[in-house]
Design a protein around this ligand. Structure first.
Ligand code: ADP
Ligand code: MG
Length: 229
């Protein structure tokens, strides 16, 4: 099965579910997920949300893109405290059960935003990266563009590689940097998908402009094609 979107990006079914991981929290996963949800005409899903104030990331994406309800899925777990999911759950006397986190089937592309960085615990003996290993879905890594990203990005890539979790590429978020993308591409051996600058006016329109200006439909199609080959 091949699904397609209005802008012409075609994605094979095994690549129609993409996992958005960050090198850290607050790094731009929700903003980059919005960029991709809009550009790929995808469905958004944030299975585990801690720090659930103002509706969490799902609400942020829905407001930013003005998404109708068929374009997002409800969270499986949501906790009030803005701390690691394992502890946020404990504070509410709950436990995350990784086996209960089933991947939804969808005819449309699905963008799955993970919590924090890849090594955050979901329980006292289960890391988020263990779930990524179960899923084996292609990952897009979101990293900051500036100082500190070389170490965080290369460590994250190494952790994913060690578990043979496929990485589609990396998207940098923040002011364009002269050297970091080149260095991470070289040492990390993954493609640079895009570089999203800090947007003074963060909106569906400014994200759509970035999608077009950076030719992301074609760029992502090519990366997905190379990934499958
Ligand atoms: N490219 C950007 N331009 C403007 N604001 C941004 C950009 N990227 C992130 N932000 C802002 O930075 C904060 C953290 O981004 P977010 O996407 O929520 O990170 P994460 O999902 O990784 O925690 C948010 O307030 C978001 O609006
Ligand atoms: Mg987020």
């Amino acid at each position: 099965m091949v699904s397609s979107n209005t802008s012409g990006t075609k994605m094979k079914s095994n690549l129609s579910r993409i996992v958005i991981c960050g090198t850290d929290t607050d790094i731009g996963k929700t903003v980059i997920s919005s960029l991709l949800v809009q550009g790929l005409n995808a469905i958004y899903w944030k299975p585990i949300q801690s720090g659930f104030k103002n509706g969490g990331d799902t609400n942020t994406v829905c407001k930013l893109l003005n998404l109708p309800k068929e374009r997002y899925l409800p969270e499986l777990y949501k906790f009030k405290a803005a701390v690691s999911p394992h502890w946020a759950a404990e504070l509410e006397k709950k436990v995350i059960e990784p086996k209960s986190i089933r991947l939804p089937m969808s005819n449309q592309p699905l963008i799955i935003e993970m919590a924090g960085g890849v090594m955050v615990p979901l329980t006292r003996d289960y890391l988020q990266i263990d779930l990524l290993k179960e899923w084996m879905l292609p990952v897009i890594l979101v990293a900051k563009s500036g100082l500190g990203t070389l170490n965080h990005s290369l460590l994250t890539i190494e952790a994913l590689n060690k578990r043979k979790i496929p990485i589609l590429g990396i998207i940098f978020n923040g002011e364009l940097h002269k050297d970091n993308p080149k260095t991470i591409e070289q040492f990390g051996e993954i493609p640079i998908i895009a570089q999203l600058p800090r947007l003074r006016n963060l909106s569906a329109k400014s994200l759509a402009e970035q999608w077009l200006n950076q030719n992301l439909s074609i760029r992502l199609s090519n990366i997905i094609r190379d990934h499958v080959d």
